[in-house]
Design a protein. Structure first.
Length: 364
């Protein structure tokens, strides 16, 4: 019996778009269907542009078509993000172009410092940048942005009260630290912490952003998995020092994002505290944690290496006073962070240039 478009669409109508809660045929997300003898070609759009979401949709299309049409059918699937104005159908942060998680397998490697300086550096270049401090148990961004005493206001939109992010150094910022006293320990169990994190995304008025960075807690746990389920990640950055102990945990961080159930692209590895340079000897480098460990790990794991940041006293001092070091002109630290921004933008340009299918017609 020949394969018909009606049979294909009937099979695809059993697939529910996870964000929009309706089947993909009803939502007009099936953009093209063609049949070439025993091969079915299907093009589908998804609301979540993250690689893991596209992969799951591809698997669902293949499974349903083979289930309904027979295992002998060859299925070719193209999955792409919602195009043009259709992208506004996405319910979770529809006006945020890219969401990037910044993670580290181990605490104390300077992940938050890297995130803060990357955010400010990119904002200085004219990008619309937001930052979520998702380090639930140790939020540090209010200090690093000199907004410890700030409290987010709310605005009512469409009958819903939304949190307005605090702005500092050109970056929109939300942190659990805004909602707890400085001496209050945040001792939440996994579900409560995950729910609080979700509110920072879904119950906030972020507006239009080119980029939303998410400073994750160290390690690999509930918060990381909850983030993947809650928001459409474009990719993740891993921060490590060159020390073998830190590299062992960084390897686990890469492994987490590469798990089939997560499947988020690792955009690159950053080596922090790559060397120590004393202020009185600016041309000297002392490799106190080892040399080139993160670069070697990136090569081994086939992950882009985004750059090195030195261990310089002024970086710590800048963070303590709430003025990230990238804002200090003509310094070793500013040069390092600007190089990191360059590498990140080059990496994102490649991500955006990934081939996407041409506009397609709905089958008659």
């Amino acid at each position: 019996m020949p394969i018909t478009e009606d049979a294909i669409l009937a099979a695809l109508s059993q697939i529910i778009e996870p964000d929009l809660k309706k089947d993909i045929v009803e939502l007009d997300l099936v953009r093209e269907v063609t049949v070439d003898e025993n091969t079915v070609h299907v093009s589908v759009e998804v609301s979540n542009p993250a690689l893991h979401s596209r992969k799951r949709m591809e698997e669902a299309v293949v499974f349903n078509l083979k289930k309904e049409l027979g295992k002998g059918v060859d299925v070719k699937v193209t999955v792409s993000p919602l195009s043009g104005d259709r992208g506004n159908l996405r319910k979770v942060l529809p006006h945020v172009k890219h969401i990037i998680a910044v993670a580290s397998g181990k605490g104390g490697v300077g992940k938050s410092t890297i995130t803060a300086n990357l955010a400010v550096g990119l904002a200085q270049r004219g990008l619309k940048v937001g930052l979520v401090d998702a380090d639930i148990h140790g939020p540090s961004m209010p200090i690093m942005f000199d907004v410890v005493n700030e409290r987010p206001q709310t605005v009512e939109k469409d009958g819903k009260h939304l949190i307005i992010p605090v702005e500092s150094h050109g970056v929109k910022l939300l942190s659990i630290g805004f909602f707890a006293a400085p001496d209050q320990a945040i001792a939440w169990r996994g579900p409560m912490a995950s729910k609080a994190l979700e509110q920072l995304f879904k119950d906030a008025d972020w507006g239009e952003l080119d980029l939303l960075l998410v400073d994750l807690p160290p390690g690999t746990g509930d918060i990381h998995l909850s983030l993947v389920q809650a928001v459409p990640l474009t990719g993740a950055i891993i921060v490590s020092t060159p020390q073998p102990v830190a590299l062992a945990d960084a390897r686990k961080g890469v492994g987490l994002f590469r798990m089939p159930s997560v499947n988020v692209p690792v955009l690159g590895i950053v080596e922090n505290m790559a060397w120590f340079t004393p202020a009185e000897l600016p041309n000297n480098k002392y490799y106190i944690f080892g040399k080139g460990g993160a670069r070697a790990l990136a090569g081994e794991l086939n992950v882009p290496f985004l750059g090195e940041v030195p261990l310089v006293q002024s970086i710590r001092e800048a963070g303590d006073v709430g003025r990230p070091a990238v804002l200090q002109p003509n310094t070793v630290s500013a040069v390092a962070f600007n190089d990191l921004c360059n590498a990140f933008q080059e990496r994102m340009a490649k991500v955006e240039q990934e081939p996407k299918p041409a506009p397609m017609q709905q089958p008659a």
